[in-house]
Design a protein around this ligand. Sequence first.
Ligand code: ADP
Ligand code: MG
Length: 431
Amino acid sequence: MAQASSLLPPPGQPVVRLVKVHHCFGSGDTRTPVLVDIDLEVMPGEIVILSGPSGCGKTTLLTLLGGLRALQEGEIEVWDGHKSAYRSLRGLGEAELVEVRKSIGFIFQRHNLLDSLTATQNVRMARNLREESPDSEADIRDILTFLGLEEKLDLKPAGLSGGQRQRVAVARALINRPRLVLADEPTAALDEVSGESVVSLLQHLARDRDDVPERFDAVKRAHLAKLTGATPKGCTSVIVTHDRRIMNEADRIVEMGQGRIRSNVVVAERLFIYEGLRRCPAFAALLPETLYDLADKVSIKLHPSISLGPERLKQTTKVESFAPGTIILRQGEPVDVKSRFYLIREGQVEIRQDRGEGEKTLGMLGPRDCFGDRALVKREPRNATVVAAGRVVAYAFSFGELWESLEKSLADVGNFIHRFEAVYGMPARQA
Ligand SMILES: Nc1ncnc2c1ncn2[C@@H]1O[C@H](COP(=O)(O)OP(=O)(O)O)[C@@H](O)[C@H]1O
Ligand SMILES: [Mg+2]
């Protein structure tokens, strides 16, 4: 599907990019900053959670992203699938902001349904912003039915409960299958089933998946497939929520506090690094919290399945890349505070060792494997040579920092390795 692929930015590039965004309310003496120094990238198909205490700037951030408010300082770029280019929200006039808004699905707390129109008509109005299609009417009925409103199709907002109105707003936001959905507490007023329906819809628009909530019956499953099956995947959602159901399904969790981003965790990347470190003897005894902290320190905020191009690599010192054949570590090399150990993100390395009879290959390591950690613990020269078998990208951890922060536990592991080697007469770990 050529059309579908052009809707998405080039591989590895975000759909939304915020750089140094600042925002203030008020003027003169009452001028108060509400967003400070916001840098954030959102990748295609991600479900992003924005969390943080009330008043920390979540809604302000969403409204800036959606072009509902003029950008004061910094840069926001949103991928425009139809033009195949980024569109900057800087300095846009009202007419251009309206254009930006048309391509976004908003699910906001003040849902702004038109009081004089029925549920169906409210959704149809949004649908008509797009070109007419013969399937429109069935589609509108399907999405409202999926959200449990099959008996409310012809009621006006005054005849609907808060939760029902919220669901009409969801249907209206999603009817055009937007590439970007901005949602402010979309499930706050909803019961369990309706909440799950909204979450499932967002998930299945984001990517192909075969899991569906258990309580969905066959009819509901078929409905979901019909609503999301024909649409190119890659719908991205930025959702303000405290709903655990959504939190548990999120790809990225951004926590804000007092107008700043306090943490930005790509769930899959955090787990990838955590699992790699846990398999590494130097860290096996550490508590999960400590490993997660280490993971967050080297995180580059990208899903580990996204290959890192040269541009990305230039932006960070947390990962290193090596051309095929590069000798990454050399046997006999002394180590100091500047030495590093590595966790492989992409590619494979070969471990070679010379025990006085010429160099021998001991094995290969690949993604999620660590190397170079033995010298971290033993503080002895490298005991093996590590060569990049193809292009290799690896997270790099600096010895100096770890010696400072993990002094005691590394000493414990060192003693263990020492005893192990005394008993078995061989290194517990190569490289
Ligand atoms: N239109 C406005 N004028 C002045 N202050 C505002 C306006 N909107 C929000 N604020 C203030 O900006 C801060 C952030 O608000 P908001 O983005 O709504 O936070 P959140 O959505 O995280 O609760 C709050 O202190 C709020 O009082
Ligand atoms: Mg808010």
